[in-house]
Design a binder for this molecule. Sequence first.
Ligand code: ADP
Length: 744
Amino acid sequence: MKEKIIPVIIVILILSGLYLTSLYSYLLFHNIAELFSIIVACGIFMIAWNSRKYIKNEYLIFIAIAYLFIAGLDLLHTLSYKGMQIFNDYDYYANQLWIAARYLESATLLFAFTFIVQKKFSIKISLVFIIYTLITGIMIASIFYWKTFPICFVDGTGLTPFKKISEYIICTILVLDLILLYKYRQSFEKEVFSLLILSIFFTIVSELAFTFYISNYGFSNLIGHYFKIFSFYSIYKAIIQTGIVKPYDLIFRELVVKEKNLIDATKAADSANQAKSDFLANMSHELRTPLNGILGYAQILKRERDLKESIANGLDIIDISGRHLLNLINEILDLSKIEARKMELIKSNFLFSEFLKAIIQIIQIKTIEKGTDFYAELAIDLPRIIFGDEKRLNQILLNLLGNAAKFTETGTVYFRVWDAGKNDPMWKPSAANSRLIHFEVEDSGPGIAQNDIAEIFSPFKQVGKNKYKQEGSGLGLPITRQLVTLMGGELKVKSFLEKGSTFWFEIEVPEGSDINEFDLYSYNSITGYTGERKKIMIVDDNYHNRNVLKDILLPLDFEIDEAQDGNDCLNKVFNFCPDIIFMDIFMPNMNGFEAAEEIRKSNKLNTVKIIACSASVSLSHQEILPNRGLDDFITKPIELNELLKKMEYHLNITWIIDNPKEDKPNIKSDNEPSDIPPLEEIQKLNKLASGGDITGIRKHLDQLEKENHSYKKFINEIKKLAQTFQIRQIKILTQKYMDTVTHE
Ligand code: ADP
């Protein structure tokens, strides 16, 4: 309400002020009133001109241009008004200019309908300017120069018949305008239409007022000017409405609609993403469950010492293929986890040098097989222990180095690691013990075309003409890049076709401390554990999964009981009193979470450790562990090293490794030549094993084999261990040979 009253009060005040001015000096009133309409007319033009892109109504654009010329005539009319003393040569200019302007105005309003009637008739702005310049020019010349324009008003006598007739003609044209406007009202917005009607109506009233006066300073002249102001102002409002308010409304309306669409689309994408994640998690669960059986039994069977070579090879193939499949499933899941922002880093302290050594050994094997040179350049001042996600860093480096080794046919692969923080005075560590480690993988392989560099980080993209496409999935680099980002770094690449590629990144890692010496167990070498016999309960609805765990653990002398779901577990667990429970999570009847909660509630088994054991990767450590009564989490397929490490920790036992008697080479068991190489050769192998030099060991074995075929049995035994990087085992075994030889 207030919003409407204030403008009305302002208008009344202005009009009253104008009236008071007219009492003081009519000339002043006239000048103000005319100037006001001139300014409004110029405003009409300026607004229409600047917003012509949004004004879809050509009728209005045409009128707006015409009003600029009408304003010109009105300005001349004001300047030549009696009393202004500017044009003193002739008495009639002001009224002539007025009539000329009004003819132009009414004719403009009439002609403008052409643009509505003839929709195809589009406005040519320059042509409109030319025509109006010509018409106004001729009018001005006929008034000022040729003086042929009829006289309109004679002082003392009053209006001439020409003026009066003209005002009636103008009014008639304006009435015609009104009729046409009404007829074509559909072409205008409701508010614009009302304003135009008002404007024409005010012009008619104004013109009629001008037919009455007998003096240029009379009352009807005053009324006429008031209505002229109203009329111009209405057109001005119509232009504002069309050129500014409506486009903004339109833009905002479109923005609001677009925003809503965006929100809807985001919601749809989110739920689609969720559906995708759920599907992938379920699918992976289904795929990983049988893989647990395949990989588990491959490992158990490989434990047999006297396997025929063909069977051992077959088992290796099952193991390698199963791992390849598992890797692929893991990669797809990693990607979906990253996309769903569910990927989390699991950090711990680990021995950095051992970690790098293990990676180097794996890549060495690959490059030696291909005949590519491989150099690892590790700075000597690298931290001994770092705190980070060992598994993910391993994944990153193996992917980059694996690619370099895979794509480089002949040439060199370099792996460089150094402390970049030390060399960069600008680097500010976020904690006192932080180090900035630079990792770099360079190869002299085929390189990547500049156009393809962005592509290689897109999932499933494999570029260039390489024969290794089948070997990969195109998922490695996208995951690697995201993991590096998650660690706070940025994966960078520089590559030139035919020259090679360099991938590098830097991450800040805290220097770790307090670590029990990192050690990898070899399942084959564990024979038991220290202390009392421990009881283990395996809870899993899948019979094969229970058997895998049982077969792994029974030979290590555990007492084992099984349950096929949560209910079954609760029925048995309080009698059996296990030390550790391996609890599957998703089971019918009662799931693993519920069973664990029930066990914890009972207070009867206070010391039992419950280890969740699931093939589902949609569960994260953070989701699983707290407040659920669970002590730890291992994923299926079960990784033996992980299992053994966790058991040692939770059961507080120490594995008894190796039985010297068992591991003594059974020299006479078969027909294979089974001579043992001389002591110094075995010592060499032992030394290489102590230095972790798996490549050296392989080379030395090849050389020994060439020298003497009778060492075959011995060589094969060590080779088998070398194939699976069991350096520690090689060391133990060679030590035993050395002991045997010296004792004999
Ligand atoms: P994958 O190796 O499984 O195909 P990646 O995501 O690891 O998938 O790599 C994507 C693609 O990037 C590769 O297929 C290859 O075309 C290109 N690429 C990656 N690393 C190298 C490299 N060191 N030299 C040449 N091309 C590379």
